[in-house]
Design a binder for this molecule. Structure first.
Ligand SMILES: [Zn+2]
Length: 80
């Protein structure tokens, strides 16, 4: 819980508690914010379907598209 000072109409300052907002998920390699991932708390994420929580791609929700592309290229080079 996060404590917030709220000013009442009677000009009194009161401390209220608010739920903390989670941080944006970031790519594990380049640390850029990931797209398509909801910014919700763990209990709220539970209510969503798996496909709503991440991008449907290998490493979706963990790496960004550019880093995945780079990894796939690297693998193709090793196999060939
Ligand atoms: Zn990345």
């Amino acid at each position: 819980m996060k404590r917030v000072k709220v000013k009442l109409p009677s000009k009194r300052m009161v401390i209220r508690e608010r739920k903390k907002k989670p941080k944006i998920q970031k790519c594990a390699i380049c640390k850029k914010p990931l797209h398509g991932i909801p910014k919700l708390r763990a209990t709220e994420l539970k209510k969503l379907a798996k496909s709503e929580k991440r991008v449907e791609r290998p490493y979706g929700g963990y790496l960004c598209s550019k880093c995945v592309r780079e990894i796939m290229r690297e693998r193709a080079r090793k196999i060939a």
